[in-house]
Design a protein around this ligand. Structure first.
Ligand code: ATP
Length: 297
């Protein structure tokens, strides 16, 4: 087992990666899941590794949608089970009619059982989709299997880390699709009715907090909160967050300020023609001219 020093600047990220690779050896996560995680991490860098104000609004809107839904389902794959089983269980405790269903791109009976076990040991009482008997139209392969008591009859489906084809098939089947995806350009984010552009564990934790806050509100309040965010705004604002952050960072670097994770690269390393400032010789006095006092012409 790799020992990760707590002092490492990316301690949490390394810990999550080590956990995922252990779960891969146990058969819960597939190798493709590790790549998907890496893609997510890259977008989290761009987003500043925190929930943006627009993601927070999408999370509130999603919580209201789940309260309004008659048959909401959260769909869980290997990565979600490995990273956020506890968060899924806590959300399902707050919203009692939210059902939890296993959904695997690379499905084998053993993997489906492993995902269900992971969810049960985190506190999920009932897990659907372990032996699904219905199919979603328009999807080839094992991805089309769904539970007749779960996704097949659901009106709202929360799909953390879904693939684009399946998200599209769910929409075509008339479901309201809430996706959680750090990549605002993924097909899943683009086709979802409400994409939450945030990291999975942050998003599910905030969804739970918002669901608790809205629990005893009226349907009119739920409707108002649900309508306060739409898919196009969620995507536009997420791209805006990335744009603002990149512009701010690149301006900071151009002025020689430190970058987000420490010192800026040296001028030479950046290939800039800007001359380096010379240090004054030891013992030399420094003068700073005040405005209007310069003797230069
Ligand atoms: P699509 O078919 O939607 O274009 P994709 O091929 O980009 O998807 P997949 O491999 O199906 O990606 O799924 C990975 C997606 O999940 C990526 O878009 C990635 O940004 C996102 N992702 C990975 N880890 C996380 C996480 N922890 N939190 C939120 N999103 C994540």
């Amino acid at each position: 087992m790799t020992v990760i020093p707590r002092s490492h600047p990316r301690y949490r990220s390394l810990l999550v990666r080590a956990g995922l690779s252990e779960k891969m050896q146990a058969g819960l996560v597939v190798p493709e899941g590790l790549m998907a995680h890496g893609r997510g991490e890259a977008f989290d860098y761009l987003l500043g590794e925190r929930t943006s104000p627009s993601a927070a609004r999408a999370e509130r809107s999603a919580a209201a949608r789940l309260w309004l839904a008659r048959r909401p389902v959260v769909s869980v794959n290997g990565n979600v089970a490995a990273l956020a089983s506890r968060e899924v269980a806590s959300l399902a405790k707050v919203i009692p009619h939210l059902r939890v269903e296993v959904n695997l791109f690379h499905r084998t009976p053993r993997r489906a059982e492993l995902v269900a076990q992971e969810l049960r040991s985190a506190g999920v009482r009932e897990v659907l989709g372990v032996r699904p008997t219905a199919r979603l139209r328009g999807l080839a392969s094992d991805r089309s299997w769904v539970d007749p008591e779960g996704i097949l009859r659901a009106d709202v489906v929360l799909v953390p880390l879904e693939d684009g084809d399946r998200a599209q098939a769910l929409r075509r089947a008339g479901k309201f699709v809430i996706a959680v995806d750090l990549n605002p350009l993924s097909r899943t984010a683009l086709v979802a009715d409400l994409p939450i552009i945030d990291e999975l564990t942050r998003a599910l934790s905030r969804l739970r907090v918002e669901a608790l806050r809205l629990r005893s509100a009226s349907r009119a309040v739920w409707r108002r909160e649900a309508a306060a965010m739409d898919g196009a705004s969620a995507l536009r604002e997420a791209l805006g967050t990335i744009e603002e952050r990149l512009v701010k960072l690149s301006k900071g670097l151009a002025r020689g300020r430190s970058g987000p994770y420490g010192r800026a690269p040296s001028t030479a390393a950046r290939g800039s023609a800007r001359p380096k400032r010379r240090r004054p010789p030891a013992g030399a006095r420094r003068y700073r001219s005040r405005p209007g006092t310069s003797r230069r012409p």
